[in-house]
Design a binder for this molecule. Structure first.
Ligand SMILES: Nc1ncnc2c1ncn2[C@@H]1O[C@H](COP(=O)(O)OP(=O)(O)OP(=O)(O)O)[C@@H](O)[C@H]1O
Length: 225
C-alpha cells in the first residue's frame, strides 16, 4: 500500500444505515449502573469525540460497542448487526484500548503481522512502523517499549487495519508533541478514507480536529455537547 493511502477493508459496508446505533441501552457492572438509557446514531464516515469525566463510562461504552460487554437492557447495532452477535460485529470493528492492547512477548513487527493475519488482511508492516518512527525498534519485544512507544505501535495497528469502525481510547495519553501530531495525522487519514471514528479523550480541542461531533457521557447518559 502507498504510504498515507487508506482503503477501508470490509466484507460489505451499507452506507445508508447507521454505522453505530444504540436504543435505550442500559449497562450494569456489578452493583453499578454505568449506562442509563443511551441512544446513539452515528452515520458511516462520521467522526465522534466522546467526552466525560474520569469514571463516566467512556471506556465501558467503547467496549460495549466492540461487543466486549453485553448490554443489560436495550438494543445496539454495529453496521446493521446486533451488538450481541460478537462474531459479526468484530468483522467491522477495531478497538484501540487505553493500554494499547498489544502482545508483550511479540515484537513490534510480529504484533502488526499478527493483527493483519487475524483479520485476513495484508499490509506493509515496515512502512507502518516507519510512519510512527518505530522502525529502529521493529524487532524489540513490546514489553521493553515505553508507554508512548506502545501507543505509537497501537496507532500504527489501527491505521494499518483501517477497520470500517475504529474506536480509539485516549489516543493522546503518554505522547509527546510530535506523537500527538502523528495521532491527528493518522486518524485524519482514516477518516478521509471513510472510516467511522469514535475517540474517547480528555483533550476535546485535539480530538475534535479529526472527530468534530462531540458527545458527553455524564451520570450514565449521553448528550450532544
Ligand atoms: N469490570 C468492571 N466491574 C465493575 N465496574 C467496572 C468495571 N469496569 C469499569 N467499571 C466501573 O465503570 C465506571 C466507568 O469506568 P470507565 O473506565 O468506563 O470510565 P472512563 O469514562 O473511561 O474513565 P477514565 O476517563 O478515567 O478513563 C467506573 O465507575 C468503573 O469503576
Amino acid at each position: 500500500m502507498v504510504e498515507g493511502l487508506i482503503t477501508v477493508s470490509a466484507p460489505h459496508i451499507p452506507l445508508h444505515e447507521p454505522a453505530l446505533q444504540l436504543r435505550d441501552l442500559w449497562l450494569r457492572l456489578g452493583r453499578e449502573v454505568i449506562l442509563r438509557g443511551v441512544n446513539l446514531d452515528v452515520m458511516p464516515g462520521e467522526g465522534i469525540t466522546l467526552l466525560g469525566e474520569n469514571g463516566a463510562g467512556k471506556t465501558t461504552l467503547l467496549r460495549l460497542l466492540a461487543s466486549g460487554l453485553r448490554p443489560t437492557r436495550g438494543e445496539g447495532r454495529v453496521m446493521g448487526f446486533d451488538l450481541r452477535d460478537s462474531r459479526a460485529v468484530r468483522e467491522y470493528i477495531h478497538l484501540m484500548p487505553v493500554d494499547a492492547g498489544l502482545y508483550p512477548d511479540l515484537s513490534c513487527t510480529e504484533n502488526l503481522e499478527f493483527a493483519l493475519k487475524m483479520h485476513g488482511q495484508s499490509g506493509d508492516v515496515a512502512s507502518a512502523l516507519r510512519r510512527v518512527t518505530l522502525e529502529p525498534a521493529a524487532s524489540r519485544r513490546v514489553r521493553f517499549l515505553s508507554a508512548g512507544m506502545r501507543k505509537r505501535l497501537a496507532l500504527a495497528r489501527a491505521h494499518l487495519l483501517a477497520r470500517p469502525v475504529t474506536l480509539i481510547d485516549e489516543p493522546f495519553a503518554n505522547l509527546d508533541t510530535a506523537g500527538r501530531e502523528l495521532v491527528l495525522e493518522l486518524l485524519g487519514e482514516l477518516r478521509a478514507g471513510g472510516v467511522t471514528l469514535l475517540i474517547a479523550a480528555h483533550e476535546p480541542e485535539l480530538a475534535r480536529q479529526v472527530a468534530p461531533r462531540a458527545l458527553r457521557l455524564a451520570a450514565g447518559v449521553l448528550h450532544e455537547e
